[in-house]
Ligand binder design. Structure first.
Ligand code: ZN
Ligand code: ZN
Length: 352
């Protein structure tokens, strides 16, 4: 008889069901991970709502943590053992193409959300399955101090590490973060860690209140004042050295450029839905030597950095965990995740 386990599977738009699937078996160079937590990212929320198109059935989830319950025959026991607590990195990068080999796994040339991964026989990223067979190159060790709930946020934090590294923030620089959803808030926290003065633009009062609790004092509510003029006012007319835009609205990308200082760097972090073109003044870019760059996904290096930030308590993600739902209540968890007031929702993969 084949052994089964449970997984939350997208079976259509607005349809997410907990179904039995074949339990994966690890190859000699893989371990079997029993997942404990999986966070519900915006990407999965868009699949649920039909904004991101996938072929059904599809197993979502790419922010997961768990425990090793079996190791393949070829695994060095000095490196990985049963009972090691681990974060599982993105299983969708191949590790063999040129981009992967130069350390840009987030831009893998063979990347496809619908590859079969983790020893599963249903397509998708796999994090909402109770078990995954994982090659050791995708494992990151969790310290004893860190909970599985916090560890599930390693992937989103790694994407923000990638973005903040691109911005190349220097001590004392002024950084504006546009948007304070969880990714915006992570940008603010990491920019502060880099020694910057941080100004945050966000219309939602609840999010602003949390930022205040976390010690951020320079907050702009764009429904009450004009963001560009306010940033100029706060910087004696100079503008900000770095603008980290985490909101996928084209007009805000334009505003980000408009509020940048001489030699300003503008990072477009979010994806845009719809992808409306923006108007830029070539002369402004020319004269003010502005850099406008994008940032997407993260590399293994960024995962390692994010894991260190969490394991050592340098970054505390607990304020950004909005709640935990057992796997059997994953639909309620998804609905809660979609609400604009909530930060990350965690699915407890071991509770049925
Ligand atoms: Zn994610
Ligand atoms: Zn690749």
């Amino acid at each position: 008889m084949t052994e089964t386990c449970k997984a939350a599977i997208f079976t259509g738009t607005n349809k997410l069901e907990v179904l039995d699937i074949k339990k994966p078996t690890p190859k000699p160079n893989e371990v079997l991970v029993e997942l404990k937590t999986c966070a519900l990212c915006t990407w999965e929320q868009r699949v649920y709502q039909g904004i991101n198109q996938v072929d059904f059935p599809f197993i979502g989830g790419h922010e997961e943590a768990g425990i090793i319950v079996e190791v393949g025959a070829d695994i060095d026991p000095k490196l990985w053992q049963v009972n090691d607590r681990v974060v599982v990195g993105l299983l969708t990068s191949c590790g063999e193409c040129e981009n992967c080999r130069i350390g840009e796994e987030g831009s893998c040339e063979n990347f496809n959300y619908e590859n079969l991964v983790g020893g599963l026989d249903t397509r998708g990223m796999g994090g909402l399955s109770q078990y995954l067979a994982v090659p050791v190159s995708k494992l990151f060790k969790i310290s004893d101090k860190l909970s599985y709930e916090e560890a599930a946020l390693t992937e989103p934090l790694s994407c923000v590490v990638h973005s903040v590294e691109i911005a190349n923030i220097q001590f004392g620089e002024t950084v504006v973060v546009v948007g304070a959803g969880i990714m915006g808030a992570f940008h603010a926290v990491l920019a502060k860690n880099k020694g910057a003065r941080v100004i945050v633009i966000e219309p939602n009062e609840k999010r602003l209140a949390l930022l205040r609790e976390l010690g951020f004092t320079e907050l702009i509510n764009p429904t009450q004042e004009d963001s560009v003029s306010k940033v100029k006012e706060l910087t004696n007319g100079k503008g900000a050295d770095v603008i980290l835009n985490t909101v996928g609205v084209s007009k805000l990308a334009e505003e980000s450029v408009a509020m940048s200082a001489l030699y300003g760097r503008v990072v477009l972090y979010s994806s845009y839905h719809p992808d409306t073109p923006i108007a830029l003044s070539p002369n402004q870019l020319h004269r003010r030597m502005t850099k406008v760059v994008g940032s997407a996904n993260s590399s293994t290096r960024d995962f390692i950095t994010a894991m260190k930030l969490l394991n050592e308590g340098i970054v505390d993600v607990k304020p950004f965990i909005a709640g935990s739902y057992p796997l059997s209540e994953v639909v309620a968890g998804m609905e809660a995740a979609i609400s604009p007031d909530s930060y990350r929702i965690i699915v407890d993969m071991s509770a049925e």
